[in-house]
Design a protein around this ligand. Sequence first.
Ligand code: FES
Length: 81
Amino acid sequence: MSDVQPACAQKSPYKMEVEAGQSYWWCACGKSGSQPFCDGSHKGSGFHPVEFKAEEAATISFCGRKQTGNHPRCDGTHRSL
Ligand code: FES
């Protein structure tokens, strides 16, 4: 991770349906135009996407504030910022 803070994509999580066996790449930098997932916009920022492998079909709350301590999932940190 970089010392630079990530951009805030949105101040609440993105609830997304995931499919069993699929990999999803969560945007850590906050600059993707395809939130909450990486679109390559992090290049040169020092941030890198984080892989989420779905073991089962589910609805996942992906962090939008990019300050979660449990990336890529929301841990509620956005409520205190
Ligand atoms: Fe944000 Fe890739 S665009 S990590």
